[in-house]
Design a protein around this ligand. Structure first.
Ligand SMILES: Nc1ncnc2c1ncn2[C@@H]1O[C@H](COP(=O)(O)OP(=O)(O)OP(=O)(O)O)[C@@H](O)[C@H]1O
Length: 582
């Protein structure tokens, strides 16, 4: 019920249109009943050979209901599909708004295939909830009340049977269908999501699977999931068939009871035979509303499970701090960074990844964040970007607590080159201008020059307009890295964070590009993350992280003269380099 309540709130903006669609739905069923009722009256009355004048009203009624039924049904579909499409748009917007703050940090919790499943299949299932459940339920209720009232009007002997029959067919049977469908549907949704996840993983990791000879194993998993999925689909179809049969039995029983209790009074002349025929016809006509609600009950578990999966994203999102608004825009252009007593763990039952970190990075400083793998460097940056909420300690940006920065301004302040930069299935131009849509042709070429990709780009068949599709897989590791670095050169952000920026580059090229980066970032803050203590003399300060703690801090020269962790790393690195050279 809570889920249904949360779903109904999405309908709020379209409540008028939804109301109109329900009224039209009731009117469409009413005209169907009217058509069958007047047609039955006409045939039954005609059998008694009355004068044509006596049949006149019934003839007009048949014409009217016949015409009105098509027009009203058309209008009802038009309005309800309009509501549906707008609703789908609203749900999609809601989903993307929910996913955006969630994805950077929680990718590990949501495999890409699962996100795909949620954003396509789950949304589609949810769409059915409104058109196939809410509206038919209300139409069924009104139809039942209307039919009970009409049969009671004809004779008090009939209405209890009509009430029992319609409640059985349109109330109890859908409930039974829902109860039986619930479990297999839950399993079907989960199996479908697992299937999607496996398929996306298989495609993304195809190279490795082939290399390790694991393709048969993965394909067997996919086939197993697929066969479970089809088996569950079959089971659901089976219950659906049972539901259809059961509701028909209820309607048939109602007709039978009405005839059983009606024939004697007709024989005794106490009740009109024509009206008895009309009553039977309208009961049969009301089964149109029954079949709609049965379809709704069939889809309800699917919609509810999908809704639960979608709404749980909201719960995850609320754990990430939501920003306010930075009033003083001047701090946005020259923000100092201050980290005070920051501790962090990924989950309450996990160990501390950062332990009482204190750090001050004045604007314009070039600082190196050094430490072995797993020291917590990326975590510190992700907290700075507010991918995760700070729970212990504080981070100030430009003197303003990080939580008070709005998302958009925060993202304009930072340019981040992640360890595995993402190359989009796009043209070279599209990939370059991602963070700098204002950049003109000459700026794009300038950026390519800085990363030594301009000659390569000139040789491409369509130069900047060449498709570097398939997530950049047709580029070499070094080309991908330099393309991502070219994006950095186009950025206007005041704080630049580069996570292992020269990985995949050869030593001489890395040195040249680093030199250009240093010069370019002269009036910006630069945070250079690395685990190699090489060639860092140009930095204003180096902070050494180890097991989540700052173990050393100072200028490169100060650290080199000391006997700490940094010197040990440096000596080790030199020994390795000499060993290789020898
Ligand atoms: N999403 C996550 N959930 C749980 N633990 C995580 C998550 N991300 C990182 N960790 C753990 O936090 C610790 C610090 O990881 P982090 O990525 O910050 O290290 P790092 O210094 O950047 O390492 P590297 O140089 O290898 O990138 C590691 O032990 C890692 O396993």
């Amino acid at each position: 019920m809570i889920i249904i309540g949360r779903l109904v709130r999405f309908l709020k903006p379209f409540v008028v249109q939804a109301g109109v669609s329900i009224v039209l739905g009731v009117a469409a069923i009413a005209t169907s009943i009217g058509l069958l009722g007047t047609a039955a009256y006409l045939i039954a009355q005609a059998a008694l050979h009355p004068s044509i004048a006596e049949l006149h009203i019934a003839i007009v009624g048949v014409r009217f209901f016949g015409l009105a039924r098509s027009i009203i049904r058309y209008l009802e579909r038009w309005v309800s599909h309009g509501v549906n499409l707008r609703l789908l748009g609203q749900l999609q917007r809601w989903l993307y708004r929910t996913l955006v703050p969630l994805l950077p940090a929680r990718q590990t919790l949501l495999p890409s295939g699962d996100v795909l499943h949620r954003s396509i299949t789950d949304l589609e299932n949810l769409e059915n909830f409104y058109v196939r459940f809410i509206s038919p339920s209300l139409v069924m209720m009104v139809t039942t009340i209307g039919m009970v009232w009409f049969s009671g009007l004809l004779s008090p002997a009939f209405w209890p049977w009509v009430a029992v029959g319609l409640v059985g067919a349109g109330g109890l049977t859908p409930l039974l269908v829902y109860a039986f469908q619930n479990k297999p549907t839950l399993r079907q949704v989960e199996t479908g999501a697992a299937l999607n996840t496996r398929i996306v993983e298989f495609i993304q990791g195809m190279e490795d699977y082939l290399l390790y000879g694991q393709e048969d194993f993965i394909l067997a998993q996919v086939e197993r999931l697929e066969s479970t999925y089809h088996h569950l689909q079959l089971r659901r179809a089976h219950y659906r068939g049972l539901g259809d049969g059961l509701s028909l039995a209820w309607i048939g029983m109602t007709v039978w009871l009405v005839l059983w209790f009606g024939i004697d009074p007709v024989a005794r002349g106490e009740f009109s035979g024509v009206l008895l025929v009309v009553l039977v016809a309208v009961i049969l006509a009301s089964s149109e509303a029954v079949s709609a609600i049965l379809q709704g009950a069939q889809n309800l578990p699917l919609a509810l499970h999908s809704a639960r999966r979608l709404l749980e994203l909201e719960g995850m999102a609320s754990r990430v701090a939501v920003g306010g608004e930075v009033k003083d825009k001047s701090v946005v252009r020259r923000p100092d960074i201050l980290v005070r007593d920051l501790s962090f763990r990924y989950a309450p039952d996990m160990p501390l990844v950062l332990d009482r970190i204190n750090l001050s990075i004045p604007f314009g400083y070039h600082i190196g964040l050094l430490g072995p793998s797993g020291a917590g460097k990326s975590t510190l940056i992700h907290l700075l970007l507010r991918f995760w909420a700070v729970e212990q300690g504080e981070i100030y940006l430009g003197g303003v607590p990080l939580a008070n920065w709005d998302e958009e301004t925060l993202h304009q302040t930072f340019m981040v080159l992640e360890q595995r930069p993402y190359i989009f299935s796009e043209t070279l131009r599209g990939n370059l201008s991602l963070g700098a849509p204002q950049a003109d042709e000459s700026q794009l070429w300038w950026a390519l020059e800085q990363v030594e990709l301009a000659d390569w780009a000139r040789r491409l068949p369509e130069r900047l307009n060449t498709w570097v599709g398939n997530l950049g897989l047709q580029l070499s590791g070094g080309e991908r890295q330099r393309l991502a670095l070219a994006r950095v050169f186009l950025s206007e952000a005041p704080v630049i964070i580069l996570d292992e920026p020269t990985v995949h580059l050869d030593w001489t090229q890395a040195t040249r590009i680093t030199g250009r980066l240093i010069a370019w970032a002269e009036r910006r803050t630069l945070i250079w993350i690395t685990h190699l203590p090489y060639g860092l003399d140009w930095l204003d300060e180096i902070v050494v992280l180890r097991q989540g703690q700052i173990v050393e801090q100072g200028t490169p020269q100060e650290l080199e003269q000391g006997r700490g962790f940094y010197t040990r790393m440096l000596n080790l690195a030199r020994r390795y380099a000499n060993g290789f050279a020898a």
